[in-house]
Design a protein around this ligand. Structure first.
Ligand SMILES: [Zn+2]
Length: 243
């Protein structure tokens, strides 16, 4: 019995430590959304959806996805990893010349990062992309979607907008849950202004490609068109931070 207080104390400390880490974003979504620093989705009546692809480019899957997007006259946003962009400049060039948006997903894809390192990774990636396309990306997506005040402030200070995704549109395609699960996830919640999260690299993404083969015609049939995140931003009244 005499250790009960101690045990409760330890449990409480653990609980609050976990809560603190989880809630490391002190200012929270409403603040950042209103400021226009971070975007999850937009409110609109227009039937537009932004498809986004992380972790590429990849020689096999990015190419297959590009063919599908072209078939449905769809534009998308690719959050590329700098070192992969450097390795596959032709794919970056192709993405750009086919009218898709290229955005920054760090240089080495580290799962935790200091503000100093993030600043370097963002800059390095942007230089790689600029060398190929002549354009500096303005959008950045944190690795794993993990953000906190430090990450957001660093990105904003360097002229970026942080792009997340609609919480109900996380396909979790990287877990390879099966084509139907991916399709159902997107179709059941599809709404104007959504941002959908896919991955075009980092492993076998054939399920993502097969799911898109179903999702694209189905959403098109429902009257949706597919725009880049920047185009989506142009349709919102929320003030956008631009360089
Ligand atoms: Zn990623």
């Amino acid at each position: 019995m005499k250790y009960l207080g101690l045990k409760i104390g330890v449990i409480l400390i653990l609980f609050f430590s976990i809560a603190y880490v989880t809630l490391a974003t002190e200012k929270g979504r409403p603040y950042y959304e209103k400021k226009g620093y971070v975007l999850w989705e937009i409110k609109t009546e227009e039937k537009v959806i932004a498809l986004t692809f992380d972790d590429g480019p990849d020689q096999t899957y990015t190419t297959q996805i590009l063919d599908l997007l072209a078939k449905y006259d769809a534009k998308a946003t690719f959050f590329v990893i700098g070192e992969r962009a450097e390795k596959y400049p032709d794919l970056i060039y192709k993405l750009d010349s086919e009218g898709h948006e290229i955005a920054n997903h760090t240089y080495t894809h580290p799962h935790s990062i200091t503000p100093e390192k993030l600043e370097k990774e963002l800059k390095k990636t942007n230089e790689v992309i600029h060398d190929i396309t002549g354009t500096y990306p303005l959008l950045y997506r944190p690795v794993g979607g993990n953000y906190n005040d430090n990450i957001i402030n660093t990105a904003v200070k360097n002229g970026y907008k942080v792009i997340m995704w609609s919480w109900h549109q996380d396909t979790e395609d990287w877990k390879r849950p099966g084509v139907n699960r991916i399709v159902t996830k997107v179709m059941s919640g599809a709404a104007p202004g959504n941002i959908v999260l896919f991955h075009d690299a980092g492993g076998d993404r054939s399920q993502t490609v097969q799911a898109l083969e179903k999702i694209l015609p189905e959403l098109q049939k429902q009257g949706y068109s597919f725009v880049t995140v920047s185009e989506l931003l142009d349709r919102t009244s929320v003030e956008v931070i631009k360089k």
